[in-house]
Write a protein that binds this ligand. Sequence first.
Ligand SMILES: Nc1nc2c(ncn2[C@@H]2O[C@H](COP(=O)(O)OP(=O)(O)O)[C@@H](O)[C@H]2O)c(=O)[nH]1
Ligand SMILES: [Mg+2]
Length: 281
Amino acid sequence: MAVAGRPNVGKSTLVNALCGAKVAITSKVPNTTRRRIFGVANGADHQLALVDLPGFQRPLDPLTERMQRTVNASFDDVDAVMLVVDARARIGAGDRFVARRVFGLEKPVVIALNKVDRLKAGHIASQMKVAATLGDFHALHPVSALTREGVAALRSDLAFLLPEGPAYFGLEQATDLTLEERVAEVIREKALRLTRDEVPHALTVEVEELGDRLVRAVLYVETESQKGILVGKRGAMVREIGARGRPEVEALVGHPVFLELQVKVRPKWRRDPRMLERLGL
Ligand SMILES: Nc1nc2c(ncn2[C@@H]2O[C@H](COP(=O)(O)OP(=O)(O)O)[C@@H](O)[C@H]2O)c(=O)[nH]1
Ligand SMILES: [Mg+2]
């Protein structure tokens, strides 16, 4: 099951809500999701494997080009697609662009009209009417990934579309990411939420050591000035990232850790194929 939609409509948040676990990081920054991530939702008699994808976009550099290639390839081997649209925004050209691709696959499509929390019933109804014109859908669900409103109904509809078959993932497994990758993503999320402008896009995180007591990660950016922002005054920013990240990192590894963060400059990593390979892109 692939998850499609414009950047920022809440795809990753919805995948987390459907899986009941945080498998994908989220932020207000478009293109937060860089690689394909499987979120796994296990039901009594089914397993829903959701592929959270980077949003559709015009490739700008080797990073976004690889992201786009992943998106295209991922659509080939899915049974159905969940198309996410944002109820708080105007449903427009960007959504129609994605919808054309999605409906062109000739696989069942479930539309999730996300972010209906705190919206008036009349507004939701008119947005549902517009969303319904996107294509010949199997089902249309108003949901809120944030409050989980409508998520259970959506999940059962998605499960209904699954073919009979063996489970691909272990029943305990929530995602296909390794523990190192999940830890790196948590740290990246905290950094994204504390910075703006070009810093989020220039940032990547690698976990270099994952021990019983010590977790050591490097935050890579592309320029000295970005490094300065991430380090902050006398290290205040990187300390704050660590303070916000540590509880989640500890929850992931299952015990208390010392989280050591370093900030390094690696010029043009977004254009370096070896670096992109290492990041699983
Ligand atoms: N109010 C509201 N905000 C949401 C909801 N789902 C996601 N968001 C917010 O929308 C932004 C983008 O979410 P994200 O999942 O990263 O979007 P993606 O780019 O489609 O993966 C984040 O700031 C989320 O907190 C929702 O149901 N209601
Ligand atoms: Mg995302």
